[in-house]
Design a protein around this ligand. Sequence first.
Ligand SMILES: NC(=O)c1ccc[n+]([C@@H]2O[C@H](COP(=O)([O-])OP(=O)(O)OC[C@H]3O[C@@H](n4cnc5c(N)ncnc54)[C@H](OP(=O)(O)O)[C@@H]3O)[C@@H](O)[C@H]2O)c1
Length: 280
Amino acid sequence: MRLMKTIALPSGERIAALGQGAWNIGDRRTTRAAEIATLRRGLDLALTLIDTAEMYGDGRSEQLIAEAIAGRRDEAFIVSKVLPNNASRRGTVAACERSLKNLNTDRIDLYLLHWRGSVPFAETLEALTALQRAGKIRHYGVSNLDLAEMKQWWGTAGGEATATNQLLYNLSRRGIEWDLLPWLRERHVPVMAYSPLEQARLFRNAKFAALAKASSITPAQLALAWLLAKDDVIVIPKCSNVARVEENAAARDIKLTPTQLAELDKIFPPPTGPRPLEML
Ligand SMILES: NC(=O)c1ccc[n+]([C@@H]2O[C@H](COP(=O)([O-])OP(=O)(O)OC[C@H]3O[C@@H](n4cnc5c(N)ncnc54)[C@H](OP(=O)(O)O)[C@@H]3O)[C@@H](O)[C@H]2O)c1
């Protein structure tokens, strides 16, 4: 079997380059069984990183993941996030405890600040380092921090141990390539690309769809293969259907040619200057 692509965290630990997003799951009783089956099929296919947050369905996404990974906890690498409003010294610890309970586990593999709020970074970092020392989280990081915020976080005690910045990144959202991605790259901090399919909106681009067709792959596979071609980007598409998770997993076996990559640059040009960070 082909070796699955992994990405090194700054600690040296290697994790799956392609994982599974879990926003908007666990909300409806009618779709629950399919969502659980999809996550479990993803685990079978070594999509071991599962991304959630206390915000998603107010804990319902975490609870559904608990069901999906029951009996398979050690296979999974669980990412969850604390809301900025909860990110005080005590609030972060309390939020983490709630997430651990929802996830029915004794540790979160990677715990992120979901975006910047009004709590000083020093307080959040104090809590994150304490949680790490206590073994409740194994790594910590951030999400949606722009370059200025990232520099400030990095300059705060504990900030240099950041394992990732989870950012909106896909073919139609390439702004981070100008400055934030290179800055993180210099420090060996991988980016975790969220909404890699632009929540399926990418597929509406006729030129993009035509390129996928001409390449005999699906549009989702083209979008994911483009991100997976990078050395230090972790990709977390969300889906709730077994056939689609199989389709997405197959993107790991696709190596885009320089011609295909150049075509994609024409359809979705890279940035030519700094842009404000986009988020969803
Ligand atoms: N840190 C943050 O602020 C932040 C923000 C947004 C997202 N995220 C994380 O990133 C994850 C992914 O982002 P996302 O959920 O926003 O969007 P996404 O992964 O770009 O797109 C998800 C959508 O694409 C569809 N889809 C998946 N695979 C497909 C395929 N092979 N063919 C056709 N359609 C397909 C899904 O449909 P079905 O579900 O019907 O299968 C769903 O509607 C989230 O779930 C979450 O974990 C983080």
